[in-house]
Design a protein around this ligand. Structure first.
Ligand code: A2P
Length: 341
């Protein structure tokens, strides 16, 4: 099929990630002949601006896929569980942004800068990793290639937009309520998020880690293709609208000096080194928001062990952490003629 005729659906087109997907398809002039916006019955009939015109939102249903070649999903795990197999059966390739399929051994989990070749074995569903994992592995992969990573300790500082549109609105309204001397109302999060930090993302598991923390452990191993990498994570929601930050400690088998790490990372695809402490230059979410690159700085040797590095990694969670990575996967599928199963 000629790429120009590709028929693309965005499932969850009215959500925080779905709207970013449409924006990125437009910005990168993705070779789609037709783009359809799908969401729940609540949004059916709504108009979304796209490529100088309007897309009318359609209600998602079992028959939404028979005339689509590619569907980008971001409508939550239960929608993906239910509809991705239906889409794949009708010959529509799914790139899914939820966690529903990520650890399925039949489903590639892909970051195009890290493991694009895994797309070759897809069977109709491809998973887009968790936002925090994506920005971490684009930085870790070149270091792993240079010195073989043994262990990673990561703490995250994650923006509310990762939770979705309702969470963005909750932070806005809590800030307004507090400046008006009102009690902040928490509906999306279990506690106030304005001027606070919540060491709690997704649900708690039997081992007392959150599911978000265990996603980072398991997804990193799958994407990097190395089951031996040991990783431990603490994931924290912070009152930032856009842009996730991460403090990452890496232990390697072979020593990598801070200068070597800067050199390696300045050549890494999709990565920009911002590391000049003397000039107060380091990555920050206010600068990463709206950008496609993953930014890394505060690169230091960990003086407490022989072969260790500390890094500070920041990226736009809605773009590289979600919508951009999904569209990049779709671009590789098109380039490698992998859209037809
Ligand atoms: P809708 O706006 O019609 O509810 P976010 O992650 O920002 O909360 O967005 C979630 C996205 O998933 C929205 O586009 C939302 O559409 C969509 N969605 C939620 N439930 C369904 C459903 N049952 N069927 C289709 N789309 C859904």
């Amino acid at each position: 099929m000629h790429a120009k005729q590709l028929r693309v659906g965005v499932v969850g087109a009215t959500g925080a990630v779905g709207r970013e997907m449409l924006k990125i398809l437009e910005q990168r002039t993705f070779p789609a002949g037709i783009v359809r916006a799908l969401a729940s019955s609540r949004s059916a009939g709504r108009e979304i601006p796209f490529m100088g015109g309007q897309l009318t939102v359609e209600e998602l249903g079992e028959d939404s896929f028979h005339d689509l070649d590619l569907a980008l999903f971001s409508a939550g795990g239960s929608i993906s569980e239910q509809y991705a197999p239906i889409a794949a059966r009708s010959g529509c390739v799914v790139v899914d942004n939820s966690s529903a399929w990520r650890m399925d051994p039949e489903v590639p989990l892909v970051v195009p800068e890290v493991n694009p070749d895994d797309l070759a074995w897809h069977k109709g569903i491809i998973a887009n990793p968790n936002c925090s994992t994506i920005q971490m592995v684009v930085v870790l992969k070149p270091l792993h290639d240079a010195g073989k990573i043994k262990r990673v300790v990561v703490s995250t500082y994650q923006a509310v937009s990762g939770t979705g549109q309702k969470a963005i609105e909750e932070l806005e309204s809590q800030v307004r309520q507090m400046f008006n001397m009102q009690e902040p109302e928490a509906k999306v999060y279990p506690h106030q998020i304005a001027f606070n930090c919540l060491p709690h993302i997704d649900v708690f598991l039997d081992n007392d880690y959150t599911r978000e923390e265990m996603k980072m452990v398991l997804e990193t191993r799958k994407i990097m293709g190395d089951a031996d990498i040991r990783l431990t994570a603490t994931t924290v929601r912070v009152p930032v609208f856009y842009g996730h930050s991460e403090s990452v400690n890496v232990e390697t088998e072979k020593k990598i000096s801070a200068a070597e790490a800067r050199g390696i990372l300045s050549q890494a695809p999709g990565v920009q080194v911002l590391d000049n402490p003397g000039e107060k230059i380091y990555p920050m979410p206010i600068h990463a928001a709206g950008e496609d690159l993953t930014f890394v700085g505060r690169i230091r040797e960990d003086e407490s062990i022989a072969n260790g590095l500390n890094l500070w990694i920041v990226a736009d969670n809605l773009r590289k952490g979600a919508a951009l990575n999904t569209v990049q996967i779709a671009e590789v599928l098109v380039d490698r003629d992998l859209v037809r199963v």
